[in-house]
Design a protein around this ligand. Structure first.
Ligand code: ZN
Length: 147
């Protein structure tokens, strides 16, 4: 199944009409590995779809977040970046290069879950968590498993 067909199926599953614009915007976010900003999504889709406006991209991304098709990752100054991956994972945000990278580490996840369980936070049933680690990029992929 190609990415557009996959996007069409996902849109239909959540009860959204699978218009061409929605399909290409969803596919663009899902294909992207670097957590794109709305502007980056716009730049990518307008190449083959010149009639799409930036406003449409903004609105469509908001609808997708509301429908749990994608998620928001906050970047510097509260600017939104989007993530096509919904499973539990953490992020490393390099503030000097503005890259946002997925960071998966089972040991870290186990430690956090264990910690939270021990803290017994009242009146809260923890569903998921995600760490947002900020730093300055020094050396490429130095000692950390980045996917
Ligand atoms: Zn991510």
């Amino acid at each position: 199944m190609n990415t557009l067909e996959f996007a069409k199926q996902k849109l239909t599953e959540v009860g959204l009409k699978a218009t061409q614009q929605r399909m290409v915007i969803l596919a663009a976010v899902q294909q992207s590995k670097n957590h794109p900003s709305p502007e980056a999504v716009y730049e990518k889709v307008r190449v083959n779809n010149p009639s799409i406006s930036l406003g449409t991209v903004y609105n469509t991304l908001d609808i997708f977040v509301e429908k749990d098709l994608i998620q928001t990752v906050l970047a510097k100054n509260g600017l939104k970046r989007y993530d096509g991956r919904l499973g539990n994972h953490n992020h490393i945000h390099c503030v000097n290069t503005n890259e946002i990278l997925d960071f998966e580490d089972e040991e870290l996840n186990d430690l956090v879950l264990e910690f939270l369980k021990r803290k017994k936070i009242e009146n809260l049933d923890i569903r998921k968590f995600s760490l947002h680690i900020q730093g300055e990029k020094i050396d490429e992929k130095k000692n950390i498993k980045i996917h």
